[in-house]
Design a binder for this molecule. Structure first.
Ligand code: GLU
Length: 377
């Protein structure tokens, strides 16, 4: 039973597990204080979903915004990485406390989970997150997740909770991800322009869809914006997860949006094997290989990548690292786990498999990227 309409995200039969992402501007008022009343109403919706048999995972922003106020930092704590890290350390306690208190009002136990990008990019750690979330949900808890902003450094952080939510949805095997935003969906152009039209359903995040996004967060409190929401939608789509953007501002935003079918729903593609979905959602590649037109066609047809079709090798990757595969026009075709390190790939590229043993000095592997370890984008 696929999800084909927004309100179906509330159906526990179609969507037994749902990730709800809440942005900073919804949680924290302009005065830097938590918006308790609004959050209470949302928590009541989450409790109702749980009571109806749906498991809910919360991804909550707001640590930096809350902490910045308490520490008296300028620019909402986003002036520098060290400000953001200090603000998050202070704000996260308040944030988790707030969720715990409000969930407890409905007899629910909150479970704080702080993740870094690397926790989800490394396969072993990713599986560990999967197991922990499963245990928490089975025990009846509501995981409340945020990025571990205090320790995440610039180059290894998500920076926005939209992509984090999509990755969490994947790790948790969720059927749906709901992004509560300050706008009721994706518009065909800048929504402030006259004549802008909301797109109710998106089937495939194409370059045309990307062209509709208009960049940064409009509130200035979060770091998301439509660009990161579309990246989240891409991750979800590949993982076979439905993702929706709704307006989080009304009281009880979920019922409001679902009741009116108002939002943008990104339809999932067919569910991929879990390992391939993880690979497709990975954010950091260690390197890349360029392939010729023949190899590109073979990949589209479901074959493994052979060294003979490789024309260029970039990056310093090891055997087992994730790399991108680029077509003759430079577009990314696929991602996969390399069977060789970068130097070996360079030695083998353009060469037929029968030459490989002599080039390497040992028995070669069957392919440069085996098709079981490769995902087409
Ligand atoms: N993790 C950040 C926080 O809690 C929010 C990131 C975002 O704005 O998406 O403040």
């Amino acid at each position: 039973m696929k999800i084909a309409a927004l309100a179906q995200l509330a159906d526990p039969a179609r969507c037994p597990r749902l990730v709800v992402k809440v942005g900073s501007a919804l949680l924290v008022g302009k005065d830097g204080q938590p918006r308790r009343e609004w959050l209470s109403a949302l928590v009541a919706e989450i409790a109702a979903a749980r009571a109806a048999g749906q498991e809910v995972i919360v991804v909550s922003s707001g640590a930096i915004a809350l902490g910045a106020r308490r520490l008296g930092l300028a620019k909402g704590g986003r002036g520098s990485l060290s400000d953001a890290q200090a603000a998050a350390a202070v704000g996260q306690i308040a944030l988790a406390g707030l969720w715990a208190e409000l969930l407890a009002g409905h007899g629910l136990t909150a479970a704080q989970v702080l993740l870094t990008l690397e926790d989800l990019e490394d396969r072993r750690r990713y599986l560990n997150v999967t197991a922990t979330l499963g245990t928490l949900l089975a025990a009846g808890a509501v995981p409340v997740i945020n990025e571990n902003d205090t320790v995440a450094t610039n180059e290894i952080r998500f920076g926005d909770n939209d992509r984090l939510a999509a990755r969490v949805g994947q790790a948790a095997g969720a059927a749906g991800v709901l992004l509560l935003s300050d706008i009721d969906g994706l518009y065909d152009r800048d929504p402030r322009q006259p004549g802008a039209v909301r797109i109710p359903v998106v089937k495939g995040v194409t370059p045309e869809i990307h062209a509709m996004a208009t960049g940064g967060s409009s509130s200035g409190l979060g770091s998301g914006g439509m660009t990161s929401k579309l990246q989240a939608a891409e991750i979800a789509e590949l993982a076979g997860i439905a993702l929706a953007i709704i307006d989080g501002q009304p009281t009880a935003p979920i019922a409001t949006a679902f009741g009116a079918e108002r939002g943008t729903l990104f339809l999932p593609r067919g569910r991929k094997q879990a390992r391939k979905a993880w690979l497709g959602g990975k954010l950091r590649m260690r390197g890349s290989v360029h392939v010729d037109a023949g190899a590109a066609r073979a990949l589209e047809g479901g074959s493994s990548l052979l060294a003979a079709g490789v024309t260029q090798v970039d990056g310093e990757f090891q055997r087992g690292d994730a790399i991108a595969v680029l077509g003759p026009d430079g577009a990314v075709l696929a991602r996969g786990l390399s069977e060789y390190d970068a130097a070996e790939c360079a030695r083998l590229m353009g060469r037929h498999s029968r030459e490989h043993e002599a080039l390497l000095g040992y028995a070669p592997r069957s392919a440069l990227i085996h098709r079981d370890q490769l995902v087409l984008l």
